[in-house]
Design a protein around this ligand. Structure first.
Ligand code: PLP
Length: 320
């Protein structure tokens, strides 16, 4: 998956060379980048439900798209007809996380509607968990997905793909508890950052530092830890909480919410993030006496910070 890295060609190439047979992204612009990078030598899947207005591009550029709406499937069918192709879709079923997906009892109705769309081929069923609702995958919800596949096949065509979720389902693969019929996962964070996403614990053998975020110190001074004066909201409408840690050496770094969220961890464990604003990050440097203005501090980004940093034109990307 190249979603968190804006379809970056270096990452797409690395994944293709690592042997992945399919790449996926949520944005059609990124799918186009993958196509330019890798041609038709790899299958590409659109992860976000297609916009009605982008169906022509989806049919032209994507081998697969994830779908849940009859109206969009009808539009995709029309665009695929013009191209003389059969567009393959994975129908998304909502198993309780309440983001995208057909409610299970509606699946049979949709199956009958799709029978009238000759340029749509249902390649499989899928589900998405642990995104909006934070629902953990388990034998019960993934078992329901398998039951729906069997129900579908008893009335319709065989399904090649049963896509059992995202990085949060990887733990079930590792401990071999995933239902055998599930033959496909859509992995983003686990591949890019080396974390499974139910407990955010490291995946055995994975690199946790594939992405390093670097920011420069622009101020370094002794300051109190609690603001002085009567307090209102910060620049973003929040009321920050301050911990009294006395006067301490504090660094201001030239990076902020315009580039990242603050889900970042300094590699130097003696540094501690205390807050920040649009363009500044504040770091407690009391336990880093050698730090000086102009120094670069390295961080491991969390998923939110990686996504934001890759999208920010102010963050320079270097691939080594
Ligand atoms: C982002 C996304 C994924 C990947 O999620 P990770 O938690 O990063 O593995 C999978 N499926 C869909 C539909 C997505 O939008």
């Amino acid at each position: 998956m190249t979603k968190a890295v804006c379809g970056e060609p270096a990452v797409a190439r690395a994944l293709a060379e690592a042997g992945f047979k399919q790449l996926a992204d949520s944005r059609i612009e990124n799918v186009e980048k993958i196509r330019q990078t890798l041609g038709t030598g790899i299958e590409v899947m659109l992860l976000r439900l297609p916009m009605f207005s982008q169906c022509a591009a989806v049919a032209r550029l994507c081998d697969y798209s994830l779908n849940s709406e009859a109206a969009v499937l009808t539009e995709l069918n029309a665009r695929a007809t013009e191209l003389g192709i059969r567009h393959r879709v994975i129908l998304m079923v909502d198993l309780g996380d309440l983001r995208e997906g057909i409610w299970p009892d509606q699946l049979d109705t949709l199956r009958r509607q799709i029978q009238r769309l000759p340029h749509i081929r249902v390649a499989g069923l899928g589900t998405n968990l642990t995104c909006y609702g934070g629902v953990i995958p388990g034998p019960e919800n993934l078992g329901r997905l398998v039951a729906l596949k069997n129900q579908w096949e008893s009335k319709g065509e065989p399904l090649a793909i049963v896509s059992g979720g995202n990085s949060s389902s990887l733990q079930m693969v590792l401990d071999q508890s995933i239902p055998a019929e599930i033959n496909h996962l859509r992995l983003g964070e686990s591949i890019l950052l080396g974390l499974e996403t139910v407990h955010r614990s490291p995946i055995p053998g994975a690199h946790l530092d594939a992405f390093i975020l670097r920011a420069e110190v622009v101020e370094l001074k002794e300051k109190p830890s609690v603001p002085i004066g009567s307090l209102t909201e910060d620049a973003f409408g929040n009321r920050p909480v301050f911990t009294e840690r006395g006067c301490h050496r504090r660094a201001v770094l030239a990076i902020g919410r315009q580039d990242i969220d603050f889900s970042i961890t300094p590699l130097n464990r003696s540094l501690e993030i205390v807050g920040g604003s649009s363009d500044h990050l504040l770091v407690d440097a009391a336990r880093a006496p050698k730090l000086k203005v102009g120094d670069i501090i390295d961080f491991i980004p969390g998923y939110g910070a990686l996504l934001a940093a890759m999208t920010s034109p102010y963050v320079k990307k270097v691939y080594i």
